[in-house]
Design a protein around this ligand. Structure first.
Ligand code: PMP
Length: 381
């Protein structure tokens, strides 16, 4: 619509009108019969979509709460845990684990690259870790980890549970728990295409068994043991659920079912390829190495002579909201999300706005170049 700003930060992503309208319904009691059925449907659909043989937990909170909930239920202070970090959010997981008193080892890659699966395997052979944590897509670098391959590898390590941070991937990149993932933690505001506010934690039977073995844990709100009866029967009460946000998730899942999960994942692959072809045609450097580029977002380094703050302000004036680079990339790069419920019209609009912004910085020859590359890659993908 006229003068609408496209929300192209790596989450929250644009929210479909159907989701907004569903959320706008008058709030009902959390014990309302209709709502209880809606909550049940959400839990059922999540379990089906991610092949969960244990439990799906949906509670009020952001992705960071989901991160805490994930580890608090499978580890106790003193437990050895291995974190594979591909950037800012991997490092956040290390910080969370340290704050909880786990014995943390962290493997890091150069920003833009990945830690090789074989190196992770080697590390797991050297020491018995109670859990391995990998961020599926690190939103600071735009790097995607080979989660399926890692999951298959970890299966050979009986005592090690595999936890995936899917905040910037779930519902946009394949995550199938039957591959050997024990916990997926995620949030609502990225590839699900919903507003922020829901923490989603998917736990395998093995993860639930680990929770039982831990006995009393020091955490209260994020304890699986307190939430599991509610997820099994949402008519029960533990803490007030965010009624309208659960409706939003119900609608987001309906949209996913209508599109078909496989088609949705393919669309994300195609979107990533087309957007990245356009970024490169315009002269931006995609910071993730080829072969490790996320379909959900890109971290883009500026060409010589472009000031970050001025460029992003211009881009916003042209109708596209972007995000700045994080940590070591701050000031040298910016980030654009391309996930969730966005289509070709949005993609063309974003690339065209980038071209107009570059033109205002003296690069008139950018006009048309990115859109041409986008369309070509989109048709060919
Ligand atoms: N993990 C990843 C990969 C993320 O991208 C983010 C948020 N950008 C988080 C965790 C934390 O989520 P939140 O900001 O919703 O707490």
């Amino acid at each position: 619509m006229l003068n609408d700003t496209l929300l192209m930060i790596p989450g929250p992503t644009p929210v479909d009108r159907r989701i907004l309208e569903k959320m706008a319904r008058p709030t009902v009691a959390h014990g309302d019969k209709g709502f209880v059925e809606d909550y049940k449907e959400v839990i059922h659909d999540l379990k089906e979509m991610f092949h969960v043989d244990g439990e799906a937990f949906v509670v009020a909170g952001s992705g960071t709460l989901a991160m805490e909930m994930g580890v608090a239920n499978i580890l106790k202070p003193g437990d050895p845990v291995l974190v594979v970090s591909h950037g800012f959010f991997g490092d956040r997981y290390t910080a969370i684990c340290e704050s909880k008193g786990y014995e943390v080892d962290t493997m890091k890659a150069e920003w833009g690259n990945i830690v090789e699966v074989n190196d992770i395997k080697q590390k797991l052979k050297e020491k018995t870790y109670k859990a391995l944590i990998v961020t599926h897509v690190d939103t600071s670098t735009g790097v995607v980890a080979p989660v399926k391959e890692i999951a298959h590898m970890v299966r050979n390590f009986e005592d090690t549970l595999f936890l995936v941070d899917g905040v910037c991937a779930s519902a946009g990149i394949e995550e199938n728990m039957s591959d050997g993932i024990d916990v997926i933690i995620t949030g609502s505001q990225k590839a699900f295409g919903m507003p922020p506010g829901l923490a989603i934690v998917l736990a395998s039977q093995a993860a639930l068994n680990r929770r039982k073995k831990l006995g009393e844990i020091p955490d209260y709100y994020v304890d699986f043991a307190r939430w599991q009866p509610i997820m099994e029967n949402p008519a029960k009460y533990f803490a007030t659920p965010p009624v309208n946000l659960l409706w939003a998730l119900q609608e987001a899942l309906t949209i996913i079912k209508e599109e078909g999960l496989d088609a949705r994942l393919e669309r994300h692959t195609k979107t990533g390829q087309a957007m990245q072809a356009a970024f490169e045609a315009l002269g931006f450097k995609v910071l993730a190495e080829e072969g490790h580029r996320a379909p959900t977002l890109s971290c883009l380094a500026y060409m010589e002579g472009i000031d970050d703050v001025a460029f992003r302000a211009k881009l916003e004036e042209e109708g596209v909201m972007s995000a700045g680079g994080l940590a070591g990339y701050a000031g040298r790069s910016f980030r654009l999300g391309h996930m969730g419920n966005i289509g070709i019209h949005d993609m063309v609009a974003v690339i065209a706005a980038l071209e107009r912004s570059l033109a205002s910085f003296g690069q008139e020859d950018a006009l048309g170049k990115g859109v041409a590359a986008l369309q070509k890659a989109y048709i060919e993908a």
